[in-house]
Design a protein around this ligand. Structure first.
Ligand code: FES
Ligand code: FES
Length: 169
């Protein structure tokens, strides 16, 4: 009879500016390290299929789905979450400022929106409103607040939002 042996791995990283060290199972996802072991409740989980984008964070400045990355892959990295998006750079700070909680109906997608918008702004905000809509295609907002997110993105990029017809996109 064979006994399953689980090797645990020591992971060191910085989360929102604070150095942390944690022993984890090799298969543990970054999102579970952040939320369950480190208490980063600002990191949301919106699906179990890696499709909603709610769990976006920045790892060494690169935006990733925290449910799509193993905790061990983030070893020795700097992780910025919705608690401190400014640590990912000025574009993310601008995105967070343009998307306060009360601009969104429920804000459960706010982490994804802030990091998605921040990434688009950091890339030079290409193609205006159409460009940000394309960039955010993987973001699921169950409240359908895409217009508010696009307007906020344009503001974060320093571009005035276009006038929009009542009820239109
Ligand atoms: S929780 Fe990561 S994509 Fe939905
Ligand atoms: S505001 Fe509710 S999911 Fe986006």
């Amino acid at each position: 009879m064979s006994e399953e042996v689980t090797t645990r791995v020591q992971v060191r990283l910085t989360v929102d500016g604070t150095p942390v060290e944690q022993e984890v199972e090799p298969r543990l996802l970054l999102v579970h390290l952040l939320r369950d072991l480190l208490g980063s409740t600002e990191v949301a989980v919106g699906c179990d299929t890696s499709n909603c984008g709610a769990c976006l964070v920045a790892v060494d400045g690169e935006v990733v789905k925290a449910c799509n990355v193993l905790a061990v892959q983030a070893r020795d990295s700097d992780v910025a979450t919705l608690a401190h998006p400014e640590l990912a750079g000025p574009a993310y700070e601008a995105a967070a400022a343009a998307l306060p909680v009360d601009r969104l109906p429920c804000a459960s997608c706010r982490g994804g929106a802030v990091f998605g918008v921040g990434e688009w702004v950091e890339r030079g905000a290409p193609d205006g409103a159409a460009g940000v809509r394309r960039h955010l295609e993987g973001l699921l907002c169950r409240c359908g607040a895409y217009d508010a997110i696009v307007d906020a993105a344009l503001e974060a990029a320093g571009t005035p939002a276009p006038a929009r017809k009542e009820g239109g996109a």
